[in-house]
Design a protein. Structure first.
Length: 562
């Protein structure tokens, strides 16, 4: 017998297509997570206030709701499905070297810049401005990670550019603007600018001393022309780039605009875009320079010292993005476990699933707390606090090593909480999973960050002092933490390169443990210290001791009647 749409609606509870499909009823599938509030995270809000940016809470909550909206999630999905395309030439054969993006990319970029995720905090004198930006990154990180690349580089370029005040005067207003103006035009005439970075070449990325791109001085002081290539340069539609090249006095940092002040295009030949594992909304390119105009930034021969100002900031953003991916995938896992039943009970009520969620929640809270502590250190260092500058120097490298290293394992486990649905693109989980390893590769791969911690310790004793001053704040509060700190001191004395990962892992874990002991509820702090520091733990997530306060940990991370 033929059925009408009205019949179907009646059977489906009013909505066409829902519930009954003729052959079967669709049941036991979770409802969509969206809309949700990505800032609904106690650890995040506590950290925001603690690190001096409580004034930004209302703004953060608004952005959290936007990040969790169906609209923003749709932009993220679309920007990754419709990948950027390179146009090397126009229809008449002129080189243009432009990249076209889906409109969703521009929506994401426009929002991120307007919300102050690019350079805006450098124009904001309020204490906590950099913390507020990081906290916003933690919630906006629930959307697409790809556009976080140009926003991060734009933010990070400002302190490096300040090493050349005459250039900073011209370009800083655009880099700190909250307006997004896509398209290649004369930078001075644009309402907002974006910056990228070009360090990595074919023969060496971590070891930038091997760079072969040359910078030849011109008759005009400070102006050079570049010849050579870069093997990775992301977001090639940025307006300006900080680029390393070999000048007569050695490796130096240069500002390379895509459009020169007279309106002509600078030579920036994009050979191709990378086909990447993830980060697909973002374009990562291979540019070549040939007579490319470049302006010296900082003293000639001190390129690494200059650009490291930028790398310090992008490293923090890698930690932020990893922590955001953890939180986003935890929220997805928790939502699924609440709404899916198996073997007669909701997944979230199954003791072993609760252990998995609790273990992920611990890891996520530890990552969030460390991220915000690092942001607080950066904020205070920028305002002249030498102790915080020393802490930031060592703790950012250690945090970048450890939090980004945990990302791939975390996102894989969270994905598995959704079962087969988690392996399917529509769930969004594969995208987050593919993104995670990138954060431990760029801005210093794992080994390079671990070795950088050794370098900091060797060059500046104030860094170790700042670290142990921080850890001393919890002395006597937890025996396992005390023992770990003592072990860390022993390990430091050994200081060999082969031990660097062991050392830096313990450094990050003791820092996380000390933050949780000071600021988190006892169930969270106790379970973290028992497992990550005390060794009462397996090798996979979901191996907390059954005596840990699993219910309390899950309820704190995912409130709502577990
Ligand atoms: C998607 C994407 C986008 C990127 N965007 C940019 C960009 O915009 N600008 C830019 O400049 N770069 C960019 N990069 C490049 C990135 O920063 C480099 O890939 C990274 O720094 C590693 O350099 P490499 O690839 O040359 O590897 P290598 O330096 O060859 O390192 C290979 C491995 O060796 C390890 N290693 C290196 N030195 C040591 C050592 N002394 N001891 C022990 N182990 C060591 C590293 O940890 C790594 O695991 C991007 C990369 C990717 C994947």
């Amino acid at each position: 017998m033929a059925t009408t749409l009205a019949d179907q609606r009646q059977r489906n509870g009013g909505a066409p297509g829902a519930g009954h499909h003729g052959t079967h009823d669709v049941t036991n599938q979770p409802p969509p997570l969206t809309p949700y509030d990505a800032s609904d995270d106690t650890a995040l809000l506590d950290g925001l206030r603690r690190e001096g940016a409580g004034w930004a809470e209302e703004d953060l909550r608004r952005l959290g709701r936007l990040a969790g909206s169906a609209q923003a999630q749709e932009w993220s999905d679309q920007a990754n499905r419709h990948e950027p395309e390179l146009r090397t030439h126009d229809r008449y054969g002129h080189r243009i070297d432009e990249v076209e993006f889906h409109p969703s990319w521009h929506h994401l970029m426009g929002t991120a810049v307007a919300e102050g995720l690019a350079g805006a905090p450098w124009a904001d004198d309020r204490p906590g401005a950099h913390v507020a930006r990081t906290a916003k990154g933690l919630v906006w990180g629930h959307t697409d990670a790809g556009h976080g690349c140009p926003t991060s580089m734009t933010y990070a370029a400002v302190p490096a550019l300040r090493r050349q005040p005459d250039l900073a005067t011209v370009y800083e207003p655009g880099l700190t603007s909250r307006e997004y103006e896509p398209g290649l035009n004369v930078p001075a005439g644009k309402r907002g600018l974006l910056a990228g970075m070009g360090m990595t070449e074919k023969q060496g990325g971590s070891d930038v001393r091997t760079n072969t791109t040359t910078a030849a001085p011109t008759a005009e002081p400070g102006v050079h022309t570049l010849r050579g290539h870069k093997w990775f340069t992301s977001a090639p539609m940025c307006d300006v780039f900080l680029v390393l090249a070999q000048a007569p006095e050695g490796l130096s940092c240069f500002l390379v605009p895509r459009v020169l002040p007279d309106g002509t295009r600078n030579t920036f030949r994009i050979q191709r875009l990378k086909e990447k594992l993830g980060n697909r909304s973002n374009a990562s390119s291979e540019p070549e320079f040939d007579g490319t105009v470049a302006w010296l930034v900082g003293p000639e021969g001190q390129g690494v010292k200059t650009i490291i100002e930028m790398v310090n900031c992008t490293r923090l953003d890698c930690v932020t993005m990893s922590a955001a991916l953890m939180r986003k995938t935890l929220v997805e896992a928790g939502h699924h476990a609440r709404h899916r039943s198996a073997f007669g009970a909701r997944l979230v009520d199954q003791p072993l699933m609760r252990n998995v969620l609790a273990d992920l929640a611990l890891e996520s809270e530890a990552a969030t707390a460390l991220t915000l502590r690092l942001a607080g250190a950066a904020d205070r260092a920028v305002r002249g606090d030498a102790g915080e500058a020393a802490f930031r120097r060592i703790a950012t490298a250690a945090g970048k090593y450890w939090v980004t290293k945990r990302g791939p394992a975390f996102t894989a486990e969270a994905l598995e909480c959704l079962g087969g649905n988690g392996y399917v693109e529509e769930s969004g989980m594969p995208r987050h999973y593919r993104e995670a390893p990138l954060l431990s590769i760029w801005e210093g791969s794992g080994n390079v960050n671990a070795l950088d911690v050794l370098r900091a310790l060797g060059r500046d004793p104030a860094t170790a002092q700042a670290l142990f001053d921080e850890l001393a704040l919890t002395r006597g509060a937890d025996a396992r933490l005390d023992a770990a700190v003592a072990g860390l001191k022993d390990q430091l004395a050994q200081g060999s390169q082969a031990n660097a990962r062991r050392l830096v892992e313990r450094m990050a874990l003791t820092l996380q443990g000390s933050l949780l002991v000071r600021h988190a509820p006892s169930a969270v702090a106790d379970a973290f210290c028992a497992t990550r520091l005390g060794g009462d733990w397996g090798h996979a997530f979901g191996t907390l001791p059954a005596t840990a306060g699993l219910d309390a940990i899950v309820e704190r991370a995912l409130p709502g009647g577990v």
